[in-house]
Each structure stands twice: as C-alpha cells, then as structure tokens.
Design a protein around this ligand. Structure first.
Ligand code: PHE
Length: 461
C-alpha cells in the first residue's frame, strides 16, 4: 500500500487555508510576544536577533517543510507516523523515538507555558479593572513581583488555562480553532501595530531599532547562540511533532513550500513587531532594564497602556489576545500525545485530554514555585538565570530537545527517505527549489544544529 493514499484518521482540514491558520496559531504565541523580547534583551539584542533570523531561514523553513511532508505522508500521530514511514522506507523502527521525544517535550513546554499564560490571564483582569493604570515603573514592577510570588494565585490561573486548553483538545482540534484563529490573529496584528504606532512617537523608537538590529558581536556568548537557535525551533513549533501532527491533517493538493514560508514569515513578523513595541518603553524608563527576564512584557506594556488614550481598553484587549495566541499554541503542544492515546489505546479524546492535562498540570507546579520559594540561581553559559526549575525546563526543551528532534527529522527526511518519495510528497514543481531544500535539509540544518549543541557541552569553542 502506498502511504500516499492514506486518509488521516482524525479528519482533515477543510482547506489549505485552515492549515495555514492552524499552523500559524501554533507558531504565534507566547514565544513571539513574551519570550522573544525578553531573551533578545537578556542576550544583548542585535547579534542575537541576527542569528535567530538566520536560523529561521536556513534551519527553520526547511525543517518545517520536512515536518509537514512527513506528517502528510504518515497521516497519524508523530510516533506512529515515524514508525510507519521508517518501515516503508526500509529503516529501523527506532525512528519512532522522534515522536516520543516530541511528546515529552510537549509536556515539559506546556507545563511552564500554561503558567505564563496564567500571568497574561491575570493581567486581563488587572488591566480591565484599572489596577494597572499606573505610570510609575517601580509600582508596575512591584505589582508583577507580587503576582509571581503568590503561588496560590498562579496555581489558580494555571488551572484555568489548562482547563481551557483541554476543553478544546477534547472536542477535537478542528472545532472552534478555525474560527478563533481567523478572527483573533488579525486582531492581534492590528493591536501590535497600534502599540508600534505609540512606540514610534515615544521618542525612543530609534534606540529600540538600534538595539534590535545593530549587531554587536562582542556580546555574543555560547549561550546566546544556542538560545537563538533554540528559539527558532520554539517559535516555529518545530522539533517536537506539532507541525507534523497538523501536517497529517493537510489535504493532498496543498503546496508545502509556500505554506511553510508564509507561516515562518508571519511568525517572525509578529516577533519583530512585539520587540519594536516593547523596547521603546524599556528605554523610556531608566529603572527598566532590557535584561529584566521573563517579567519583561508585564513590567513594560502596562506603562504604555496607562499613558495612551483608551489604554485601559486596548490593554485589556491586548492581554486577551495574548491569551488566545497562547491558547492556540498550547493545543498543538498536546495534540501529538492525545492523538497517540486515541490511536494506540483506543481512548476517547475526552479521556486522553483529561489524563494528559492532569499530568501537565501537576508538572506546572514546579514552574509556579520557581518564582518564589523554590527559586535558585545558576549560570547558563555566561548568563545568570534566576528562576530555577522554570529556566531548566526552558533550556532543556527549547535549547536541547527541540533542536535535537529537528536535527533527527532533517536526517530522516534528507538521508533515510528515498529522494523520489520526498520529491513526490513535497511536489515543489521546480527542480532548483527542490535541490535547495534537499541541500539545506541534508547538510546545512543537521550540521549547524550539531555544532551548536556540541558547543553546549564545551566540546568546541
Ligand atoms: N510556537 C509557540 C510559541 O512561539 C510555542 C510552541 C512550541 C508550540 C512548540 C508548539 C510546539 O509560542
């Protein structure tokens, strides 16, 4: 039987558009609005941003194409897709471990992702009530400090967010997701543009542009390079099977190359717009620092909203949209695990969602405590990290598991699969285009990831 004629057992997107929306929903999330600005600030801006952009283009886009291609060919959850494809290519079943590692990465990521989404939920209510209508940066910082040092509040919001995620997952990814993304993603973009317009007139826009786009390579540590590469995977949802899973619902006639490039450009654009909105605020207040860490957006954006006309309304809406962006990403973090439970254990989607949700919810407690009683500092390749287990989980997943998963996916697609099969499935239609992809996926992506990871262990450099 040819894999190509498989029909996905969990259903199919109604069109290529829905796939683009869903995959963009997965890619655009806290990674763009919360994480990108704070790590760009921590690692000194320009040079870090440049490396991140190079990684998106040279590693991210080819691997996204590979994931979508494998998913569409396998038509199952990543574990079973990899097992089936390894078999049909005459390779060892061990390749299904890519799927297992992805499931683990999804659990770890969502355990802290949900806690941060909980902060955003809390900020929806604080902005709406007017509690954040303060123009003094020290007060705004203290309000944030109070929230994260209160485990009971964090637990409550984390619980709300996990329940929201699991309800959508239980109903099946396609119901509701399509509508949410179609309406709310453009709204998010418009609000970001409003914020950028405000930042443009703040008098500090030039400094922000300079900070983000003038590379200063003397600031580049090993940790910065690894984090920039890891973030390219994180922000595009690559290396753990999320995009492979969504690819498995993709109709046969959609162009994988065009869709992957569109999604990557949209995702990168949102991150840069967020950076350009946040850094002018940072530079306008001497008490704020670019390297403030995970609290950065929560300590800066309220100041802008407190000052702009209609800020209370726009601010509330903005935090709502951050929550929605996080929501559409978190769904994709667990879909591979849930689909696998349904396929292999005959569980109903509802039961699968409940068990997966409970496990991740429990793990989330470690992140909650990382901002108060369990906090500890450690040095990560030259950068001091303050939030113990949260930072370790983030480094383990974004900087190690996702790049490793991505590298294995690249090796499978480039070396293990017959050229005829990948060419057929990608259907690029233009031989040069296909050869470029093949070169990137065989050589560039795996070698770059390998070098950067070796660097982590101090083997070189
Ligand atoms: N891409 C998402 C973000 O930037 C996070 C994510 C990572 C989602 C991996 C799915 C898989 O917020």
């Amino acid at each position: 039987m040819s894999e190509k004629n498989n029909k996905p057992i969990h259903g199919q997107w109604s069109s290529r558009w829905v796939f683009i929306l869903a995959a963009t929903g997965s890619a655009v999330g806290l990674g763009n609005i919360w994480k990108f600005p704070y790590i760009a600030g921590e690692y000194g801006g320009g040079a870090f941003v440049l490396i991140y952009l190079v990684c998106v283009a040279a590693i991210g886009i080819p691997i996204m194409m590979a994931e979508v291609m494998l998913g569409r060919r396998g038509r199952r959850s990543p574990i079973n897709t990899m097992r089936a494809l390894a078999k049909s290519e005459g390779r060892h079943g061990i390749w299904s471990w890519i799927g297992w590692m992805g499931v683990a990465a999804g659990f770890f990521i969502l355990s802290y992702y949900s806690v941060i989404a909980g902060w955003a939920l809390a900020y929806v209510f604080r902005t709406a009530s007017g509690a954040l209508q303060v123009t003094d940066s020290v007060t705004v910082k203290n309000i944030f400090g109070e929230l994260v040092s209160d485990p009971e509040k964090l637990l409550a919001w984390h619980t709300v967010f996990m329940v929201m995620t699991m309800i959508v997952v239980a109903r099946g990814v396609k119901h509701g997701l399509e509508k949410a993304v179609r309406l709310l993603m453009p709204a998010l973009l418009i609000l970001l543009l409003v914020l950028d317009g405000y930042a443009l007139n703040s008098g500090h826009f030039g400094e922000a542009v300079d900070f983000l786009f003038t590379p200063d390579f003397s600031k580049l540590t090993g940790g910065a390079v690894l984090t920039a590469m890891g973030h390219a995977f994180f922000t595009l949802s690559l290396g753990m099977g999320a995009i492979m899973m969504y690819g498995s619902y993709l109709p046969e006639d959609a162009s994988i190359a065009t869709t992957s490039i569109t999604i990557s450009i949209a995702d990168t654009g949102v991150a840069l717009l967020a950076g350009l909105a946040i850094f002018p605020i940072v530079f306008a207040f001497p008490e704020l620092e670019a390297g403030a860490g995970p609290g950065l957006i929560f300590q800066t954006l309220p100041l802008a909203f407190a000052q702009m006309p209609g800020g209370q309304f726009f601010g509330t809406l903005f935090f709502v949209l951050i929550v929605v962006a996080a929501w559409t990403s978190s769904i994709s973090l667990v879909e591979p695990a849930v689909a696998w439970l349904v396929e292999n254990h005959g569980m109903s989607r509802i039961m699968a969602a409940v068990w997966v949700g409970l496990a991740i919810w429990t793990l989330g407690i470690a992140t909650i405590m990382s901002f108060s009683s369990w906090a500890f500092e450690f040095n990560f390749l030259g950068t001091v990290k303050q939030n113990g287990i949260f930072d370790l989980l983030d480094i383990l997943t974004a900087n190690i598991m996702l790049p490793l998963g991505g590298m294995l996916i690249a090796i499978f697609a480039g070396w293990m699969m017959k050229v005829k099969h990948s060419k057929d499935e990608l259907a690029i239609g233009n031989e040069t285009g296909y050869q470029i992809w093949l070169f990137l996926i065989k050589f560039v992506a795996p070698v770059l990831v390998f070098i950067v990871i070796l660097n982590l262990f101090g083997v070189i450099g």
